[in-house]
Design a protein around this ligand. Structure first.
Ligand code: OSB
Ligand code: MG
Length: 385
């Protein structure tokens, strides 16, 4: 495919309710979307115009990771998109052709900025697959038509409200509950949810790096509640300390923030810092690297599940496809669109029998609904060679 233009579109979508984690409260989702337009060459016929969509998971503020939406937009505009036009230090070759499989290598000279890179790769991959008519799930190696849906429950103002919110999600059919925790909101909410809903509910917690090893005594109290896992209790670069914590508590440790690549995953596993891994394509630089994380975890007998970043229908479609790979043995944060948005920019994903259906159409299998997209767009830039 030859890329002829790229649109970078920033959207701001109101959340149905505030989402509070240990790092802050979000009331709306600011996201940068990437639309790649190109010409797909086909033997013996005229090239056809194709386009593809990517979604950058960087949040408005650099609180979950060091990337943030406006920064990612800048990096894409100045340093990543020009490479797709053949204007980078790594040339495309005389024909200007590009494939999704080459994007990561072409962008490797830019240090970090994995969420920005992932969005660009996702858009090229979507366009490429639309050109060949293959679904993203089919391309990645999905083996299921639907994936079990879990839901991430933010820190609530009170235990009473938490019980109401969790009860509502369980009534909707969600198959796994993840509670956000932070110092002062950990043992009590977990105990309350177990007391009210029983031992059969699949339950896990996510600290988003809010603790230190000195808190091991508190975290150890969570051992009593038979949690599936505790996600990212310590800081992103505390790999060794996660390994130490693993020796002090019996709840399996799952890493999120720390796993920025397949290499980081291999190291964390080898050091005993992660018994489970949360895979987010944006965090590791793209869906192709995400698949590599999946493959190495599967080979090593490490359970994985698909994380979420409050995606619009675009990222949600891609996550559903990824989560359908055989190594995803735990329910992911792949929830219905209405978990976050009253009106999604694509046809909404809905919960059916506790599952989300994996799209089967070409590429992502979904695309933005133009007037809904326009209504939430706050900025748009069109880039050409
Ligand atoms: O740590 O998994 C996380 C949302 C934003 C940033 C980080 C995280 C989350 C979530 C929400 O937990 C997951 C979802 O999209 O459902
Ligand atoms: Mg997490």
């Amino acid at each position: 495919m030859k890329i002829t233009g790229v649109e970078l579109r920033t959207v701001r979508m109101p959340l149905v309710s505030p989402f509070t984690t240990s790092f802050g409260t979000e009331t709306d989702r600011l996201a940068v979307l990437v639309r790649v337009v190109g010409k797909a060459g086909r033997p013996h016929s005229q090239p056809v115009e194709v386009q593809g969509w990517g979604e950058c998971v960087a949040m408005e503020r650099p609180l979950y990771s060091l990337e943030y939406a406006a920064g990612a937009l800048e990096v894409m505009r100045r340093f990543l998109v020009p490479v797709l036009f053949g204007q980078g230090p790594t040339g495309l070759g005389p024909d200007g052709e590009i494939t999704a499989e080459r994007v990561a290598a072409l962008l490797e000279h830019v240090v970090g900025h994995r969420m920005a890179k992932a969005a660009v790769e996702m858009a090229v991959l979507d366009a490429q697959l639309r050109g060949t008519g293959q679904s993203l799930g089919g391309y990645l190696g999905a083996e299921r038509h639907r994936v079990p849906a879990g839901v991430s429950v933010g820190v609530q103002p009170s235990i009473r409200e938490l019980i109401d919110v969790v009860g509502d999600y369980l009534a909707q059919g969600y198959l796994r509950i993840k509670l956000k925790i932070r110092p002062g909101w950990d043992v009590d909410p977990v105990e309350a949810v177990r007391e009210r809903f029983g031992d059969r509910v699949a339950l896990q917690v996510d600290a988003n790096a809010a603790y230190t090893l000195a808190d091991a005594r508190i975290l150890r109290r969570l051992d009593a509640f038979d949690l599936l896992l505790i996600e990212q209790p310590l800081a992103e670069d505390d790999i060794r300390q996660h390994a130490e914590l693993a020796r002090l508590i019996s709840t399996p440790i799952c890493l999120d923030e720390s796993i920025v690549s397949a290499r980081a995953a291999a190291d964390a596993i080898a050091l005993g810092a992660a018994q489970v891994i949360n895979i987010k394509a944006g965090r590791v630089g793209g869906y192709l690297e995400a698949r590599r994380v999946h493959d190495l975890c599967r080979a090593g007998g490490i359970a994985v599940w698909c994380g979420g970043m409050l995606e619009t229908g675009l990222g949600r479609a891609a996550n559903a496809a990824l989560a359908a790979l055989p190594g995803f043995t735990l329910p992911g944060d792949v929830s219905a669109s209405d978990r976050f948005y009253a009106r999604d920019i694509t046809t909404p994903f809905v919960l059916a029998d506790g599952h989300i259906t994996v799209p089967t159409g070409p590429g992502l299998g979904v695309a933005p609904i133009q007037d809904v997209l326009d209504a939430v767009t706050v900025d748009s830039t069109w880039l050409q060679p």
